[in-house]
Design a protein around this ligand. Structure first.
Ligand SMILES: [Cu+2]
Length: 149
């Protein structure tokens, strides 16, 4: 018995992938140009009142935003117009602990990312030195002058 080695010649079935691109091109989005400001205001409101400018008043009289890091302070303002109570909203934006001290009062030692408030009564006109009391920090730059005008 002779064995015939049958080699089936495989014709490569070329799969014609017909990419039917169903282009949904004609989606009519309305363009959004519907600015129908047909507000038929018959001018009853005379705009004599000036619209208040979008400038919110300060959060409180004499509230100063203070951020501290290695090794500097950044104050939202370094002066107030008159003597009185001033609140310092201190935030430690650095990487080590800091505090904020002025006029003999000092916030708690504040961790990185932490905040502390300090209210002091600056009763006299003049300049007040503020600083971080962590040893070496003031000398490195965490200090400045706050002015009461
Ligand atoms: Cu410090």
């Amino acid at each position: 018995m002779r064995r015939f080695t049958i080699r089936p010649t495989q014709t490569l079935a070329t799969v014609a992938v017909t990419a039917v691109a169903i282009g949904a091109v004609g989606v009519g989005c309305g363009g959004g140009n519907d600015n129908n400001n047909g507000s038929s205001n018959t001018g009853t409101s005379t705009n004599t009142q000036a619209t208040a400018p979008a400038q919110p008043p300060p959060a409180a009289a004499g509230t100063i935003q203070v951020s501290g890091k290695e090794f500097s302070f950044n104050l939202s303002t370094k002066s107030v117009a008159k003597p009185g109570k001033v609140t310092f909203d201190f935030k430690n934006v650095g990487h080590v602990e800091h505090d904020f001290s002025i006029n003999g009062k000092t916030t708690p030692l504040t961790k990185p990312g932490g905040t502390a408030n300090l209210t002091v009564d600056l009763t006299k006109k003049g300049t007040y030195r503020y600083l971080c009391t962590v040893p070496g920090h003031a000398a490195a730059g965490m200090e400045g002058q706050f002015t009461v005008r």
